[in-house]
Design a binder for this molecule. Structure first.
Ligand code: HEC
Length: 224
């Protein structure tokens, strides 16, 4: 008899426990909904099925051939087309701060092999852990290399060097190149031409003398 009693008590206790689970904070049933169109989104949420599109996805990819606002125009280089590399260039020009940022990116992504001094003696190579000799970017051969070829090395990699396309977007690649060009120009390379002062549409330098107060003089940029 005692046994039956305790079984009944146990069942009651479990029953109470289960009821408790469906109340208060852990209540699963939302009950009545006062304004269902506010509770349940009528718009298609991201990652939900969408019958309006053939692939059934609500999240859409950009329309092919379009460029999202604030993004750089895509380059149309084709891997291996070295003639195109040679002529490929940019009209982007960079402020000192952007060139410095290019240097920061260089030190993160390239310095480990090419060295912080651009001499090809980065720690990964000098430690013997990486056997391929990275290009010495201060060597006349690389001083004379076209910027488009450097760009292609970043985008596609070169032999033992991997691609950095996923780490550096188009603008960042050119910022790194601007930094390399700047350092090269200070070490016997051609003059640095990617600075903001070389912009075709550059506004008149701050120290331009104005002929007479109140009148503006037309200024033309002399550097191209
Ligand atoms: C893991 C080491 C490593 C890293 C990191 C690296 N490189 Fe290289 N890079 C090399 C090696 C090795 C070569 C020589 C490839 C060859 O000529 O066989 C090379 C070659 C180059 C060349 C010459 C390309 C050519 O056409 O001859 C350029 C320019 C260059 N790297 C730029 C960069 C830049 C810019 C970065 C950073 C975004 C970078 N590298 C990161 C190892 C590296």
């Amino acid at each position: 008899m005692n046994k039956t009693k305790s079984i009944v008590v146990a069942i009651l206790a479990i029953g109470l426990g289960l009821t408790a689970c469906n109340t208060g904070a852990t209540r699963r049933n939302p009950g009545k909904t006062y304004a269902p169109d506010m509770t349940y989104s009528r718009a298609y949420d991201a990652y939900t099925h969408n019958p309006n599109f053939a692939d059934g996805e609500t999240s859409r990819l950009p329309v092919s051939g379009t460029v999202a606002q604030g993004h750089e125009l895509p380059d149309h280089l084709v891997e291996g087309d070295t003639n195109a590399y040679k002529t490929f260039t940019t009209n982007m020009r960079f402020t000192d701060a952007q060139v410095t940022e290019g240097g920061r990116l260089y030190n993160i992504y390239c310095g480990i092999c090419h060295g912080v001094n651009l001499d090809g003696q980065g720690p990964l190579f000098t430690s013997g852990k990486f056997v391929a000799m990275p290009a010495n970017l201060k060597d006349p051969k690389y001083m004379a290399m076209s910027s488009g070829t450097i760009y292609a090395a970043i985008k596609y990699g070169k032999n033992m060097m991997g691609s950095y396309a996923s780490q550096l977007d188009i603008k960042q690649r050119w910022m790194v190149i601007a930094y390399i060009r700047k350092i090269q120009s200070e070490n016997g390379g051609s003059p640095f031409t990617m600075g903001a002062e070389n912009t075709e549409t550059a506004s008149a330098p701050a120290d331009t003398t104005v002929a007479a107060a109140g009148t503006t003089t037309e200024t033309t940029t002399t550097t191209h």
